[in-house]
Write a protein that binds this ligand. Structure first.
Ligand code: GCO
Length: 490
Protein backbone atom coordinates (compact mmCIF):
# COMPACT_ATOMS: atom_id res chain seq x y z
CA UNK A 1 0.00 0.00 0.00
CA UNK A 2 1.29 3.44 -0.78
CA UNK A 3 0.47 6.60 1.06
CA UNK A 4 -1.03 9.47 -0.81
CA UNK A 5 1.38 12.26 -1.63
CA UNK A 6 -1.42 14.75 -1.15
CA UNK A 7 -1.41 16.70 2.07
CA UNK A 8 -4.58 18.30 3.29
CA UNK A 9 -4.72 22.05 2.90
CA UNK A 10 -5.31 24.19 5.91
CA UNK A 11 -6.71 27.65 5.91
CA UNK A 12 -3.65 29.85 6.34
CA UNK A 13 -2.70 28.99 9.90
CA UNK A 14 -1.12 32.37 10.35
CA UNK A 15 -4.11 34.45 9.26
CA UNK A 16 -5.42 36.21 12.33
CA UNK A 17 -8.36 38.45 12.85
CA UNK A 18 -7.37 42.02 13.69
CA UNK A 19 -7.98 43.36 17.16
CA UNK A 20 -7.51 41.68 20.53
CA UNK A 21 -5.84 38.25 20.58
CA UNK A 22 -8.30 35.42 20.85
CA UNK A 23 -6.98 33.59 23.90
CA UNK A 24 -9.19 30.54 23.43
CA UNK A 25 -8.00 30.12 19.85
CA UNK A 26 -4.38 30.25 20.93
CA UNK A 27 -4.55 27.86 23.83
CA UNK A 28 -2.78 24.53 23.41
CA UNK A 29 -4.47 21.27 24.46
CA UNK A 30 -4.38 20.36 28.15
CA UNK A 31 -1.15 18.65 29.20
CA UNK A 32 0.73 19.94 26.16
CA UNK A 33 4.50 19.53 26.66
CA UNK A 34 6.65 22.62 26.07
CA UNK A 35 10.25 21.66 25.53
CA UNK A 36 13.48 22.42 23.74
CA UNK A 37 15.87 20.13 21.86
CA UNK A 38 19.62 19.79 21.45
CA UNK A 39 21.99 17.05 20.35
CA UNK A 40 25.21 15.77 21.87
CA UNK A 41 27.74 16.54 19.15
CA UNK A 42 26.24 19.97 18.55
CA UNK A 43 26.55 21.27 22.11
CA UNK A 44 28.68 19.11 24.37
CA UNK A 45 32.22 19.95 23.25
CA UNK A 46 34.69 18.01 25.46
CA UNK A 47 35.27 15.61 22.61
CA UNK A 48 38.34 14.09 24.25
CA UNK A 49 37.14 14.15 27.86
CA UNK A 50 36.74 11.21 30.21
CA UNK A 51 37.32 8.43 27.71
CA UNK A 52 35.03 9.56 24.89
CA UNK A 53 36.00 7.95 21.60
CA UNK A 54 35.92 9.55 18.15
CA UNK A 55 32.77 9.68 16.06
CA UNK A 56 32.17 10.04 12.33
CA UNK A 57 31.50 13.73 12.92
CA UNK A 58 34.94 14.25 14.51
CA UNK A 59 36.45 12.57 11.45
CA UNK A 60 34.31 14.51 8.99
CA UNK A 61 35.23 17.83 10.63
CA UNK A 62 38.91 16.96 10.22
CA UNK A 63 38.44 16.60 6.47
CA UNK A 64 39.55 19.81 4.71
CA UNK A 65 36.58 21.69 3.22
CA UNK A 66 33.91 19.43 4.72
CA UNK A 67 32.65 21.89 7.34
CA UNK A 68 32.40 25.63 6.86
CA UNK A 69 35.32 27.48 8.41
CA UNK A 70 36.97 24.19 9.38
CA UNK A 71 34.77 24.22 12.51
CA UNK A 72 34.68 21.15 14.74
CA UNK A 73 32.80 19.81 17.76
CA UNK A 74 35.06 21.99 19.92
CA UNK A 75 34.06 24.02 21.79
CA UNK A 76 30.41 23.29 20.99
CA UNK A 77 28.48 25.13 23.67
CA UNK A 78 30.74 23.46 26.25
CA UNK A 79 27.59 21.89 27.65
CA UNK A 80 29.50 18.88 29.01
CA UNK A 81 31.08 21.20 31.55
CA UNK A 82 28.23 23.70 31.87
CA UNK A 83 25.35 21.32 32.34
CA UNK A 84 24.24 22.92 35.62
CA UNK A 85 24.22 26.41 34.16
CA UNK A 86 22.21 25.14 31.19
CA UNK A 87 19.65 23.43 33.38
CA UNK A 88 19.27 26.71 35.29
CA UNK A 89 18.51 28.35 31.92
CA UNK A 90 15.90 25.70 31.10
CA UNK A 91 14.30 26.47 34.44
CA UNK A 92 14.33 30.15 33.69
CA UNK A 93 12.52 29.40 30.41
CA UNK A 94 10.01 27.23 32.26
CA UNK A 95 10.62 24.20 30.05
CA UNK A 96 8.57 21.14 30.86
CA UNK A 97 10.85 18.77 28.97
CA UNK A 98 14.34 18.70 27.52
CA UNK A 99 15.21 16.59 24.48
CA UNK A 100 18.92 15.76 24.37
CA UNK A 101 20.89 13.02 22.69
CA UNK A 102 23.27 10.52 24.21
CA UNK A 103 26.68 10.42 22.60
CA UNK A 104 27.27 6.78 21.69
CA UNK A 105 31.08 7.26 21.52
CA UNK A 106 31.02 8.72 25.04
CA UNK A 107 29.25 5.77 26.62
CA UNK A 108 30.64 2.93 24.48
CA UNK A 109 33.65 4.44 22.72
CA UNK A 110 34.28 1.71 20.18
CA UNK A 111 30.61 1.23 19.35
CA UNK A 112 30.92 -2.36 20.58
CA UNK A 113 33.22 -3.45 23.39
CA UNK A 114 33.44 -2.09 26.91
CA UNK A 115 31.18 0.66 28.21
CA UNK A 116 32.71 3.87 29.55
CA UNK A 117 31.45 4.48 33.06
CA UNK A 118 32.47 8.15 33.09
CA UNK A 119 30.44 8.80 29.95
CA UNK A 120 27.35 7.06 31.32
CA UNK A 121 27.76 9.05 34.56
CA UNK A 122 27.36 12.29 32.64
CA UNK A 123 23.90 11.29 31.38
CA UNK A 124 23.07 9.86 34.77
CA UNK A 125 23.80 13.23 36.39
CA UNK A 126 21.99 15.09 33.63
CA UNK A 127 18.88 12.96 34.11
CA UNK A 128 18.88 13.43 37.87
CA UNK A 129 19.49 17.16 37.63
CA UNK A 130 16.66 17.58 35.13
CA UNK A 131 14.24 15.64 37.29
CA UNK A 132 15.26 17.67 40.30
CA UNK A 133 14.52 20.83 38.30
CA UNK A 134 11.08 19.48 37.38
CA UNK A 135 12.05 19.00 33.72
CA UNK A 136 11.26 15.73 31.97
CA UNK A 137 14.32 14.17 30.30
CA UNK A 138 13.72 13.00 26.66
CA UNK A 139 16.82 11.18 25.42
CA UNK A 140 17.51 10.31 21.79
CA UNK A 141 19.97 7.48 21.31
CA UNK A 142 21.27 8.35 17.85
CA UNK A 143 21.65 11.90 16.65
CA UNK A 144 24.22 11.11 13.96
CA UNK A 145 27.45 10.56 15.95
CA UNK A 146 28.36 6.97 15.03
CA UNK A 147 31.52 5.74 16.77
CA UNK A 148 34.36 5.83 14.22
CA UNK A 149 35.28 2.20 14.78
CA UNK A 150 31.88 1.12 13.50
CA UNK A 151 32.22 3.26 10.40
CA UNK A 152 35.66 1.69 9.80
CA UNK A 153 33.89 -1.67 9.89
CA UNK A 154 31.44 -0.49 7.20
CA UNK A 155 29.07 1.87 9.02
CA UNK A 156 25.29 1.81 8.65
CA UNK A 157 25.38 0.04 5.26
CA UNK A 158 26.53 -2.99 7.26
CA UNK A 159 24.05 -5.09 9.22
CA UNK A 160 26.29 -5.46 12.27
CA UNK A 161 25.94 -1.76 13.06
CA UNK A 162 22.24 -2.32 13.78
CA UNK A 163 23.14 -5.08 16.23
CA UNK A 164 25.66 -2.87 18.01
CA UNK A 165 23.02 -0.13 18.20
CA UNK A 166 20.62 -2.50 19.97
CA UNK A 167 23.33 -3.39 22.51
CA UNK A 168 23.98 0.27 23.14
CA UNK A 169 20.24 0.87 23.60
CA UNK A 170 20.11 -1.90 26.21
CA UNK A 171 23.13 -0.39 27.96
CA UNK A 172 21.43 3.00 28.24
CA UNK A 173 18.07 1.44 29.12
CA UNK A 174 19.72 -0.32 32.03
CA UNK A 175 21.56 2.83 33.13
CA UNK A 176 18.68 5.35 32.94
CA UNK A 177 15.54 3.32 32.36
CA UNK A 178 14.27 3.71 35.91
CA UNK A 179 13.93 7.49 35.30
CA UNK A 180 13.07 7.84 31.62
CA UNK A 181 9.48 7.84 30.38
CA UNK A 182 10.12 8.37 26.65
CA UNK A 183 13.01 6.96 24.64
CA UNK A 184 13.74 8.00 21.09
CA UNK A 185 15.82 5.60 19.05
CA UNK A 186 16.88 7.56 15.94
CA UNK A 187 16.80 11.17 14.89
CA UNK A 188 15.96 11.70 11.22
CA UNK A 189 17.22 8.46 9.64
CA UNK A 190 16.74 10.05 6.19
CA UNK A 191 19.55 12.51 6.97
CA UNK A 192 21.86 9.82 8.34
CA UNK A 193 21.37 7.59 5.31
CA UNK A 194 21.17 10.03 2.43
CA UNK A 195 23.06 13.14 3.48
CA UNK A 196 25.75 10.91 4.99
CA UNK A 197 26.09 8.07 2.48
CA UNK A 198 24.71 9.44 -0.82
CA UNK A 199 25.11 13.23 -0.95
CA UNK A 200 28.25 13.11 1.18
CA UNK A 201 27.48 16.48 2.77
CA UNK A 202 27.16 15.01 6.25
CA UNK A 203 29.41 12.50 8.01
CA UNK A 204 30.73 10.06 7.00
CA UNK A 205 30.79 11.94 3.68
CA UNK A 206 30.33 8.95 1.39
CA UNK A 207 28.72 9.19 -2.04
CA UNK A 208 27.56 5.63 -2.59
CA UNK A 209 23.90 5.46 -3.62
CA UNK A 210 23.46 1.71 -3.17
CA UNK A 211 25.13 1.82 0.24
CA UNK A 212 22.85 4.67 1.32
CA UNK A 213 19.79 2.47 0.79
CA UNK A 214 21.37 -0.32 2.83
CA UNK A 215 22.14 2.31 5.47
CA UNK A 216 18.48 3.42 5.58
CA UNK A 217 17.40 -0.20 6.04
CA UNK A 218 19.92 -0.96 8.77
CA UNK A 219 19.09 2.26 10.60
CA UNK A 220 15.46 1.16 10.73
CA UNK A 221 16.48 -2.37 11.68
CA UNK A 222 18.57 -0.85 14.49
CA UNK A 223 15.52 1.11 15.57
CA UNK A 224 13.37 -2.01 15.73
CA UNK A 225 15.97 -4.05 17.60
CA UNK A 226 16.63 -1.17 20.00
CA UNK A 227 12.90 -0.70 20.65
CA UNK A 228 12.67 -4.37 21.63
CA UNK A 229 15.68 -4.05 23.93
CA UNK A 230 14.37 -0.91 25.61
CA UNK A 231 11.02 -2.58 26.24
CA UNK A 232 12.79 -5.65 27.60
CA UNK A 233 14.99 -3.75 30.03
CA UNK A 234 12.80 -0.86 31.13
CA UNK A 235 9.31 -0.84 29.64
CA UNK A 236 9.23 2.88 28.81
CA UNK A 237 7.49 4.48 25.84
CA UNK A 238 9.54 4.15 22.67
CA UNK A 239 9.41 6.31 19.56
CA UNK A 240 11.39 7.50 16.58
CA UNK A 241 11.96 10.99 15.20
CA UNK A 242 11.34 11.51 11.49
CA UNK A 243 11.65 14.60 9.33
CA UNK A 244 8.69 14.16 7.02
CA UNK A 245 9.12 16.24 3.90
CA UNK A 246 6.31 18.52 2.79
CA UNK A 247 6.57 18.55 -0.98
CA UNK A 248 4.54 20.54 -3.47
CA UNK A 249 4.76 20.40 -7.26
CA UNK A 250 6.57 23.36 -8.82
CA UNK A 251 3.98 23.51 -11.62
CA UNK A 252 0.54 21.89 -11.78
CA UNK A 253 1.66 19.47 -14.48
CA UNK A 254 1.88 15.68 -14.56
CA UNK A 255 5.71 15.62 -14.71
CA UNK A 256 6.08 17.65 -11.54
CA UNK A 257 3.32 15.76 -9.75
CA UNK A 258 5.12 12.49 -10.55
CA UNK A 259 8.41 14.03 -9.39
CA UNK A 260 6.66 14.75 -6.08
CA UNK A 261 5.57 11.10 -5.88
CA UNK A 262 9.14 9.90 -6.45
CA UNK A 263 10.69 12.35 -4.01
CA UNK A 264 8.01 11.55 -1.46
CA UNK A 265 8.88 7.88 -1.91
CA UNK A 266 12.46 8.31 -0.77
CA UNK A 267 11.94 11.16 1.67
CA UNK A 268 8.88 9.78 3.44
CA UNK A 269 7.44 6.44 2.37
CA UNK A 270 10.76 4.55 2.36
CA UNK A 271 10.59 5.08 6.14
CA UNK A 272 6.89 5.14 6.98
CA UNK A 273 6.26 2.00 4.89
CA UNK A 274 8.48 -0.35 6.91
CA UNK A 275 7.95 1.44 10.25
CA UNK A 276 4.17 1.72 10.13
CA UNK A 277 3.13 -1.04 7.74
CA UNK A 278 6.04 -3.50 7.69
CA UNK A 279 6.63 -3.14 3.94
CA UNK A 280 8.52 -1.05 1.42
CA UNK A 281 6.05 0.57 -1.00
CA UNK A 282 6.06 -1.11 -4.43
CA UNK A 283 6.51 2.09 -6.41
CA UNK A 284 9.52 3.06 -4.29
CA UNK A 285 11.16 -0.35 -4.89
CA UNK A 286 10.48 0.05 -8.59
CA UNK A 287 11.89 3.58 -8.74
CA UNK A 288 15.00 2.48 -6.87
CA UNK A 289 15.54 -0.81 -8.74
CA UNK A 290 18.32 0.64 -10.95
CA UNK A 291 20.25 1.48 -7.78
CA UNK A 292 19.59 -1.50 -5.53
CA UNK A 293 17.72 -4.81 -5.47
CA UNK A 294 17.22 -4.47 -1.70
CA UNK A 295 18.85 -7.87 -1.17
CA UNK A 296 20.02 -6.55 2.20
CA UNK A 297 16.49 -7.14 3.55
CA UNK A 298 16.67 -10.42 5.48
CA UNK A 299 13.77 -12.59 6.61
CA UNK A 300 12.08 -11.09 9.64
CA UNK A 301 13.65 -7.63 9.26
CA UNK A 302 10.43 -5.89 8.29
CA UNK A 303 8.61 -7.42 11.21
CA UNK A 304 11.37 -6.20 13.53
CA UNK A 305 11.26 -2.71 12.06
CA UNK A 306 7.48 -2.47 12.43
CA UNK A 307 7.56 -2.56 16.23
CA UNK A 308 4.58 -0.72 17.65
CA UNK A 309 5.46 2.92 18.24
CA UNK A 310 4.27 4.72 21.35
CA UNK A 311 4.93 8.07 19.74
CA UNK A 312 6.37 9.64 16.62
CA UNK A 313 8.56 12.71 16.76
CA UNK A 314 8.15 15.08 13.84
CA UNK A 315 10.89 17.53 12.91
CA UNK A 316 9.71 20.25 10.57
CA UNK A 317 11.56 23.31 9.30
CA UNK A 318 10.48 24.09 5.74
CA UNK A 319 8.52 22.87 2.74
CA UNK A 320 10.01 22.20 -0.69
CA UNK A 321 8.82 22.56 -4.25
CA UNK A 322 9.63 19.77 -6.64
CA UNK A 323 10.29 20.26 -10.35
CA UNK A 324 10.72 17.30 -12.71
CA UNK A 325 14.20 18.47 -13.74
CA UNK A 326 16.37 21.58 -13.87
CA UNK A 327 14.84 22.70 -17.11
CA UNK A 328 11.36 22.47 -15.63
CA UNK A 329 12.54 24.48 -12.62
CA UNK A 330 13.72 27.30 -14.89
CA UNK A 331 15.15 30.37 -13.13
CA UNK A 332 14.30 28.94 -9.73
CA UNK A 333 16.94 26.23 -10.26
CA UNK A 334 19.61 28.78 -11.07
CA UNK A 335 18.73 30.71 -7.92
CA UNK A 336 18.76 27.58 -5.81
CA UNK A 337 22.24 26.63 -7.08
CA UNK A 338 23.56 23.12 -7.52
CA UNK A 339 21.66 20.53 -5.52
CA UNK A 340 23.47 17.63 -3.82
CA UNK A 341 22.86 14.25 -5.43
CA UNK A 342 19.95 12.68 -3.59
CA UNK A 343 19.10 9.09 -4.26
CA UNK A 344 15.83 8.41 -6.00
CA UNK A 345 14.86 11.98 -6.76
CA UNK A 346 17.04 12.76 -9.78
CA UNK A 347 16.50 14.29 -12.25
CA UNK A 348 13.95 16.12 -10.06
CA UNK A 349 15.11 19.29 -8.29
CA UNK A 350 13.96 20.34 -4.86
CA UNK A 351 13.55 24.08 -4.41
CA UNK A 352 12.80 26.25 -1.39
CA UNK A 353 9.12 26.99 -0.95
CA UNK A 354 7.60 30.07 0.67
CA UNK A 355 8.05 33.79 0.14
CA UNK A 356 10.09 34.47 3.24
CA UNK A 357 13.52 32.95 3.87
CA UNK A 358 15.46 32.26 7.07
CA UNK A 359 19.14 33.10 7.49
CA UNK A 360 19.98 29.76 5.85
CA UNK A 361 17.72 30.55 2.90
CA UNK A 362 15.20 27.98 4.05
CA UNK A 363 11.67 28.88 2.98
CA UNK A 364 9.19 29.77 5.71
CA UNK A 365 5.89 27.92 5.35
CA UNK A 366 3.94 27.15 8.53
CA UNK A 367 1.24 25.42 6.48
CA UNK A 368 3.78 22.65 5.94
CA UNK A 369 3.78 22.05 9.69
CA UNK A 370 0.04 21.54 9.55
CA UNK A 371 0.52 19.29 6.53
CA UNK A 372 3.10 16.95 8.05
CA UNK A 373 1.25 16.61 11.36
CA UNK A 374 -2.08 15.94 9.69
CA UNK A 375 -0.55 13.41 7.36
CA UNK A 376 1.29 11.61 10.15
CA UNK A 377 -1.90 11.50 12.22
CA UNK A 378 -3.67 9.86 9.28
CA UNK A 379 -0.86 7.39 8.60
CA UNK A 380 -0.35 6.33 12.21
CA UNK A 381 -3.82 6.58 13.73
CA UNK A 382 -3.86 6.68 17.49
CA UNK A 383 -0.11 7.25 17.84
CA UNK A 384 0.90 10.29 19.89
CA UNK A 385 2.78 12.92 17.95
CA UNK A 386 5.34 15.38 19.28
CA UNK A 387 6.97 18.13 17.30
CA UNK A 388 10.51 17.28 18.33
CA UNK A 389 12.24 20.05 16.36
CA UNK A 390 11.19 23.31 14.76
CA UNK A 391 13.04 26.58 14.58
CA UNK A 392 15.01 28.91 12.37
CA UNK A 393 18.50 30.37 12.03
CA UNK A 394 19.00 34.12 11.86
CA UNK A 395 22.19 36.16 12.23
CA UNK A 396 21.56 37.17 15.85
CA UNK A 397 23.72 39.67 17.65
CA UNK A 398 23.82 40.79 21.23
CA UNK A 399 23.00 44.51 21.21
CA UNK A 400 24.79 47.17 23.27
CA UNK A 401 22.02 46.84 25.87
CA UNK A 402 22.77 43.12 26.19
CA UNK A 403 19.59 42.07 24.40
CA UNK A 404 19.14 39.86 21.36
CA UNK A 405 16.17 41.24 19.42
CA UNK A 406 15.34 38.24 17.24
CA UNK A 407 11.85 39.28 16.23
CA UNK A 408 11.96 37.15 13.05
CA UNK A 409 12.44 34.02 15.14
CA UNK A 410 9.55 35.06 17.40
CA UNK A 411 7.31 35.33 14.32
CA UNK A 412 8.58 32.04 12.96
CA UNK A 413 7.92 30.18 16.22
CA UNK A 414 4.56 31.85 16.70
CA UNK A 415 3.31 31.04 13.21
CA UNK A 416 4.48 27.44 13.43
CA UNK A 417 2.96 26.97 16.87
CA UNK A 418 -0.33 28.29 15.54
CA UNK A 419 -0.10 25.69 12.78
CA UNK A 420 0.52 23.00 15.43
CA UNK A 421 -2.50 24.33 17.26
CA UNK A 422 -4.59 24.13 14.09
CA UNK A 423 -3.51 20.52 13.50
CA UNK A 424 -4.34 19.61 17.11
CA UNK A 425 -7.74 21.27 16.81
CA UNK A 426 -8.30 19.32 13.63
CA UNK A 427 -7.80 16.10 15.59
CA UNK A 428 -4.07 15.31 15.18
CA UNK A 429 -2.88 13.89 18.53
CA UNK A 430 -0.03 16.39 18.98
CA UNK A 431 1.06 16.21 22.60
CA UNK A 432 4.00 18.56 22.69
CA UNK A 433 6.47 20.84 20.95
CA UNK A 434 10.24 21.08 21.31
CA UNK A 435 11.89 24.20 19.94
CA UNK A 436 15.13 23.72 18.06
CA UNK A 437 17.21 24.70 19.76
CA UNK A 438 17.86 25.54 23.38
CA UNK A 439 21.32 26.90 22.57
CA UNK A 440 23.20 28.24 19.56
CA UNK A 441 25.36 25.34 18.51
CA UNK A 442 27.39 23.50 15.88
CA UNK A 443 25.12 23.40 12.83
CA UNK A 444 26.73 20.41 11.07
CA UNK A 445 28.30 21.33 7.70
CA UNK A 446 27.53 25.00 8.45
CA UNK A 447 29.76 24.92 11.53
CA UNK A 448 29.07 27.77 13.96
CA UNK A 449 27.85 30.12 11.23
CA UNK A 450 24.14 29.54 11.91
CA UNK A 451 22.36 30.33 15.15
CA UNK A 452 19.17 28.43 16.03
CA UNK A 453 19.09 28.98 19.81
CA UNK A 454 16.51 30.47 22.12
CA UNK A 455 19.67 31.31 24.03
CA UNK A 456 22.59 33.06 22.38
CA UNK A 457 26.04 31.58 22.98
CA UNK A 458 29.22 33.58 22.59
CA UNK A 459 31.50 30.72 21.54
CA UNK A 460 34.67 32.56 22.61
CA UNK A 461 33.55 33.21 26.19
CA UNK A 462 30.67 30.70 26.41
CA UNK A 463 28.54 33.50 27.81
CA UNK A 464 24.82 32.77 27.45
CA UNK A 465 22.15 35.43 26.75
CA UNK A 466 18.46 34.56 26.61
CA UNK A 467 17.18 35.97 23.31
CA UNK A 468 13.84 37.75 22.95
CA UNK A 469 12.56 34.51 21.39
CA UNK A 470 13.58 32.67 24.57
CA UNK A 471 11.55 35.08 26.67
CA UNK A 472 8.65 34.84 24.28
CA UNK A 473 8.80 31.04 24.40
CA UNK A 474 8.91 31.14 28.21
CA UNK A 475 5.73 33.25 28.16
CA UNK A 476 4.10 30.72 25.84
CA UNK A 477 5.08 27.77 28.02
CA UNK A 478 3.87 29.57 31.15
CA UNK A 479 0.51 30.41 29.57
CA UNK A 480 0.08 27.08 27.77
CA UNK A 481 -0.92 29.19 24.77
CA UNK A 482 0.62 31.02 21.83
CA UNK A 483 0.97 34.65 22.86
CA UNK A 484 1.33 37.68 20.60
CA UNK A 485 4.81 38.69 19.47
CA UNK A 486 4.85 41.47 22.10
CA UNK A 487 5.25 38.92 24.89
CA UNK A 488 9.00 39.00 24.20
CA UNK A 489 9.13 42.55 25.50
CA UNK A 490 8.21 41.43 29.00
C1 GCO B 1 18.14 18.31 11.92
C2 GCO B 1 18.86 17.98 13.14
C3 GCO B 1 19.37 19.14 13.93
C4 GCO B 1 19.71 20.38 13.15
C5 GCO B 1 18.50 21.21 12.93
C6 GCO B 1 18.75 22.48 12.14
O1 GCO B 1 16.94 18.31 11.93
O2 GCO B 1 18.78 18.57 10.90
O3 GCO B 1 18.08 17.16 13.93
O4 GCO B 1 20.50 18.58 14.49
O5 GCO B 1 20.66 21.15 13.77
O6 GCO B 1 17.57 20.50 12.22
O7 GCO B 1 19.26 22.16 10.90
Amino acid sequence: MTASTQTPQTPNATARPSGAPDAAREEMPAGFVWGASTSAFQIEGATGADGRGPSIWDDFCARPGAVLGGDTGEPGADHYRRMDEDIALMRELGLGAYRFSVSWPRVRPGGGGPANRAGIDFYDRLTDALLEAGITPWPTLYHWDLPSELEEAGGWPVRDTALRFAEYAALMGEALGDRIGHWTTLNEPWCSAFLGYAAGIHAPGRTEPAASLAAAHHLMLGHGLAARELRRVCGAQVGIVLNPAELVPHRPVAEDVDAVRRADGVRNRLFTGPLLRGAYPDDVLEDLAPISDFSFVADGDLETIAQPLDFIGVNYYFAERVAADREAAGDAAAEAGPAPALVGTEPAVLLPHGEERTGMDWGVDPRGMYGVLTRMAAEAPGTDLYVTENGAAYPDEVGPDGRVRDSERVSYLRDHLLAVRAAARGGAPVRGYFAWSLLDNFEWAWGYSQRFGLVHVDFATQHRTVKDSGRWYAAAAAAGAVPGAGAAEG
